[in-house]
Ligand binder design. Structure first.
Ligand SMILES: Cc1cc2nc3c(=O)[nH]c(=O)nc-3n(C[C@H](O)[C@H](O)[C@H](O)COP(=O)(O)O)c2cc1C
Length: 216
């Protein structure tokens, strides 16, 4: 039975959010392929995980039996989040662009799950797990665009999810999502529509492709 860890972090609800909508399409296609499967769902906007503290961080580097009661209590939340990551056969993350980077709620999740010697380091515990990131953004930061150098979502997540946690990373990038709402971007509406259509197609195709890969 396959387990999907699905994480949303958009501040917008339901269909108002591009990343939630595209991630939902991926999840629907995934569930069609895995009717008996399990989905672990985290909505980091509705239910944020705690920011890392000195106590929770230092607890990661102390043997369980030697932790203070405060360290044990603080580490329990990290343990649960790391176990969710480790038990997943595939991971789906909605990562909208906020001020050129990821939402702080998603950063807080990463600060909790990244532990050197366990999820990160020489043999990361979730190494090789496929992760699909829906990286929605209001503008475009594609190669050749004026704001290309302001893109700190994909390159950051490549460093953290790919090279640090060792996950097998793939992106779906719905871009120009502000075009229908911003008159200054009206000429970009057709490009936005094409990007949105491609994102939904990619979501369905990638979910199916992944299911076939995991079944092989
Ligand atoms: C706090 C905040 C900051 C944002 N910063 C950017 C930005 O730097 N660049 C950009 O292209 N869009 C920015 N946007 C727009 C979002 O990236 C865009 O609305 C996108 O669709 C968000 O994904 P969602 O629809 O899943 O929430 C920002 C939105 C919010 C709420």
């Amino acid at each position: 039975m396959a387990t999907l860890l699905h994480i949303d972090s958009s501040v917008l609800p339901g269909e108002a959010s591009s990343s939630r909508s595209v991630a939902a399409a991926f999840r629907t296609a995934w569930e069609e392929q895995h009717p008996e499967g399990t989905v672990i769902y985290r909505d980091l906007a509705a239910d944020p995980v705690p920011h890392i503290t000195a106590v929770a961080w230092s607890a990661g580097y102390v043997a369980p039996a030697e932790r203070t009661p405060e360290q044990s209590a603080a580490f329990a939340a990290r343990e649960m989040l790391m176990e969710e990551l480790e038990q997943a056969d595939a991971i789906l993350i909605g990562a909208p662009m906020h001020n050129y980077s990821i939402p702080s709620s998603l950063k807080a999740w990463l600060d909790n799950v990244l532990l050197l010697g366990r999820t990160a380091g020489e043999n990361p515990s979730a190494q090789g797990t496929p992760v699909i990131v829906v990286a929605s953004r209001g503008g475009s930061y594609a190669p050749g665009t004026p704001r290309e150098g302001f893109e700190f979502v994909q390159n950051y997540l490549e460093a953290v999810l790919g090279r640090t946690l060792g996950l097998d990373l793939d992106f779906i990038v719905p871009e120009l999502t502000m075009a229908p709402r911003n008159p200054a971007m009206s000429q970009l509406v057709p490009l936005y529509e094409a990007s949105r259509k491609r994102a939904f197609e990619d979501a369905a195709a990638k979910a199916k492709e992944l299911a076939e890969r995991l079944a092989a």
